[in-house]
Ligand binder design. Structure first.
Ligand code: XUL
Ligand code: CO
Length: 438
């Protein structure tokens, strides 16, 4: 096959001292760390939409990148697939993620669009068999077409709901065909602008109905992977129904969907919700909803989703620390829901960006393992909560203490005599020590 990026060879691992911009310094895919290869810890995925489709357009200007490959239509769809697999091969990325309408352009009718999806998924399946690359997750694009301007599963018009269900049915079929280990539901327009025109109760009930229908259909096809909600607080709508992990989990529990769904946590969505990335991961994990990750970063000075390639080593370390504490990925992975900046517009920038993101998370993995091995943070937390392992604390945890007993205990005690320091600054310096010390 002719290469689309012939000037760039397979990216080698050269170690931390390398100055070669087309080499990894931290990502050594088959290096074993804590019993498994780095590629299995990290399960990197390429996002079809940003990588093959986004051309730099913003609110103020058009494309700065040419991803037309000199063609159009189904031929372009296949060229994009060729490019995706060449990138995955050269970058040692094992997985990809897609929206249905990243793979092909929508046609004038649903039937014709579905035929295009059949054709491209056959083509991709062949490439998967030839290369061993896998699908991390597929999702349906229920926010681009104007028919979804008021929502999809939460649309006020039942015809829109029906169309969205039909589109989702097809996406589930091609996701299953491609062996996806997950199916994502990002509620792109599942929210509202004003309550003056919105029946919130019906919209929430319908969103649950939409998810239940989708899950049951996928299971009926034998899909055994995970379903993910991807929380995001705002953009495109002012009030997105899946605001953050806590909100999404409460929603799933109310509607009895909690056994079927997990979270796909995106770093930039977390910060838009006023949370750290780590908070969203921890909240998901302690509630049994840890699933997958959209690895990117936002800009703290901007109030929208900039989807930047992640280069912040602290956040990558804290993310991988959560992943390790959650027992590692099962069906999930690290999907680079990230695009090169509008001004980073050459094919080499795609490689530099993936290398930057992958090396950042590879370094994050190494440092997270070092933090666990160092043990000072775990030990500090264990000591901080030690009062729950004996005496009155243990009686509360065992469900034995009564309000009367707690009152007697407090009366005898007089007042709390020891309240240990939280030592935040010390602990932050422990992290710096593990990150930068020798
Ligand atoms: C949008 C976003 C989406 C989802 C998939 O903010 O993150 O790309 O990841 O629909
Ligand atoms: Co995302």
């Amino acid at each position: 096959m002719n290469q689309l990026f012939p000037e760039i060879r397979t990216i080698p691992y050269e170690g931390p001292k390398s100055k070669n911009p087309l080499a990894f310094r931290w990502y050594n895919p088959d290096e074993i760390l804590a019993g498994k290869p780095m590629r299995e810890h990290l399960r990197f995925a390429l996002a079809w939409w940003h990588t093959l489709c986004a051309c730099g357009t913003d609110m103020f200007g058009g494309d700065t990148m040419d991803k037309s490959f000199g063609t159009s239509g189904m031929d372009l769809a296949k060229k994009k697939a060729d490019a995706a697999f060449e990138l995955m091969e050269k970058l040692s990325i094992d997985y990809f993620c897609f929206h249905d309408y990243d793979l092909v352009d929508e046609a004038d009718t649903l039937a014709e669009t579905n035929a295009r999806l059949d054709e491209i998924s056959d083509y991709i399946l062949e490439k998967m068999k030839a290369t061993g690359k896998k699908c991390l997750w597929g999702t349906q694009k229920l926010f681009g077409n104007k028919r979804y301007m008021h929502g999809a599963g939460t649309a006020p018009n039942a015809d829109v709901f029906a169309y969205a269900a039909a589109q989702t049915k097809k996406n589930i079929e091609i996701s299953v065909k491609l062996g996806a280990s997950g199916i994502v539901f990002w509620g792109g327009r599942e929210g509202y602008e004003t309550l003056l025109n919105t029946d919130m109760g019906l919209e929430l009930d319908n969103l649950a109905r939409f998810l239940r229908l989708s899950i049951d259909y996928a299971r009926s096809l034998g899909f055994t992977g995970d379903f993910y909600i991807e929380p995001k607080p705002k953009e495109p709508t002012k009030h997105q129904y899946d605001f953050d992990a806590a909100n999404a989990i409460a929603f799933l529990r109310k509607y009895g969907l909690d056994r079927d769904m997990k979270m796909n946590i995106e770093a930039n969505h977390a910060t838009l919700a006023g949370h750290t990335f780590q908070h969203e991961l921890r909240y998901s994990a302690v509630n049994g909803f840890f699933g997958s990750v959209d690895a990117n970063q936002g800009d703290m000075l901007l109030g929208w989703d900039t989807d930047q390639f992640p280069t912040d080593v602290y956040n990558a370390t804290y993310c991988m620390y959560e992943v390790l504490k959650a027992g590692g990925f099962t069906n999930g992975g690290l999907n680079f829901d990230a695009k090169t900046r509008r001004g980073s517009n050459t094919p080499e920038d795609l490689f530099y960006s993936f290398i930057a993101g992958m090396d950042t998370f590879a370094l994050g993995l190494r440092k997270a393992l070092a933090l666990v091995e160092d043990g000072r943070i775990d030990q500090f937390i264990a000591e901080r909560y030690a009062s729950w392992t004996t005496g009155i604390g243990k009686r509360v945890i065992d469900g034995e203490a009564t309000m009367e007993e707690l009152e007697q205990y407090a009366l005898r005690m007089g007042d709390v005599s020891t309240n240990l320091s939280g030592r935040q600054e010390y602990l932050e310096s422990v992290v710096n020590d593990v990150l930068f010390g020798n």
